[in-house]
Write a protein that binds this ligand. Sequence first.
Ligand SMILES: NC(=O)c1ccc[n+]([C@@H]2O[C@H](COP(=O)([O-])OP(=O)(O)OC[C@H]3O[C@@H](n4cnc5c(N)ncnc54)[C@H](O)[C@@H]3O)[C@@H](O)[C@H]2O)c1
Length: 354
Amino acid sequence: MSLTVGVVGCGNISRFHFSGLEKAGARVKWVCDLSEKTAEPWAKKFGARWTADFRPIVEDPEVRLVDVTAILPAHKPVCLAAIRAGKAVICEKTLAETADDALEIVKLAEEKKTIFYTSYMKRFIPAVEQAKALLPSLGRIVTTHIRAHQCWGDLWEAAPTEGFAHTPPGGMSGLRKSYGGGILVCGGSHILDLIVFLLGRPRTVSAAMHVPEGRDYDLLAAALMETPNGVVHFEALSHPLNRIGFLRDGWDERIEITGTRGRLELFSALWDKPEWKACLLVHTDNATGQAVEYRYAPESPFDRALAFFCANIEKGVQGAQSRFTGYDVDELIATIMKSSSTGQTQAVHWRTGA
Ligand SMILES: NC(=O)c1ccc[n+]([C@@H]2O[C@H](COP(=O)([O-])OP(=O)(O)OC[C@H]3O[C@@H](n4cnc5c(N)ncnc54)[C@H](O)[C@@H]3O)[C@@H](O)[C@H]2O)c1
C-alpha cells in the first residue's frame, strides 16, 4: 500500500518535496495552499484534491503523512493539528517562529510517538554523509570553520524600496513574513543543523549580528561555539559577490573540520540546482600525507531526504533522525540572537533530550 500524503504549501520549495514524494512512490491525495492558482498545477499532476484549509487533510483517515512546505507562521498550527490527528509529519525548516514553539511541537510529537522530521535536507548530501563517516579518522577534533556565504544581491549599501527584502515603515518584509528573518534563519539554520549533526549540541555561544537600520532581518551572523568536539567558528553572510565560491557562482558554503590526525574540507553546491551542481569533499590524512578528493554525481538531497523519511514512515519507525532536529536549530538561533543583543557569551539551555 502506498503512503498517502497531504502537502500543505505549494510555493517555491514544494517542487522539491513533490519530486521526492513522487520518487519515493507516495500518493499525493491532497494539496493545500491559500492560493488555488498556486496549487493547481500540482493538483493536476497528481490528480489530487485542492483545499485552502489544511483541516480536511488532517481529518482524512487515509492520509498517513502531512508534508508542511508552507511559510513559517503556518508550521506550528499545521504540525500540532497533524500530530494530534496521529499523522506522521515532515516540516520544512526552520521549524517554528520561536524556540518555545519548536519545543512545544517536538514535545507533542515525542509524547504521541509521532514520526516527525524537520526537513534539513543538507544532512542527506552524499558529501556530508561521507564527512560524517570519516570523522573518527580525524583523531581529536579541535576546531571547525563553517560558513554559509550566499549571494543575495547588494542589500548592504542601500535599503531596497520594493520586493521581498523591503521593510516598509511599521510593517514587515517578505523575508520576515515568510521565513522569519534574514541570513541566519535562511542560510545559517542549515549549517547550525550540520554543526549538531557532525559535532553535537553546542554548549556555549558568543555571537555578533548585523541588522541594518530600519530593516527587520539580518545580513550577517557570526558566532564562536564550544561543542563536545572542539570549537566552532560559524558565519552566515548575505553578500553581493556573484563570482565567489568553489563553482564561482556566488555560493560559498564550506565546512573545514580539523583534528589531530587530519582535516576534512567540504564545499557545498548551490542548493536549488541539485540536478547539475555537486559538492566536493577533501580529506587530508596526516599519517599518509595524502589528500583524497571525493566527487559526486549531482543529486537532489531533497529526493534522498524524502526517500529516507517515507521509507521510515511506511515501516512505522522514526529511524536515525531525531524528532528534536528542528528544535535544536531554533534553540541555537535564539541563543545566537540573545548573545548578539546582550554582547555576552550564552550557555545554550537545552530543554529536551538530544
Ligand atoms: N530547505 C531549504 O533550503 C529551503 C529553501 C527555501 C525555503 N525553505 C522553507 O520552505 C518554506 C516555504 O518557503 P517557500 O520559499 O516555498 O515560500 P513561498 O512563499 O514560495 O511558498 C509558501 C506557500 O505557502 C502558502 N501558504 C501560506 N500560508 C498557508 C497556510 N496557512 N496554509 C496553506 N498554505 C499556505 C502560500 O500561499 C505559498 O504558496 C519556509 O519554511 C522556508 O523557510 C526551505
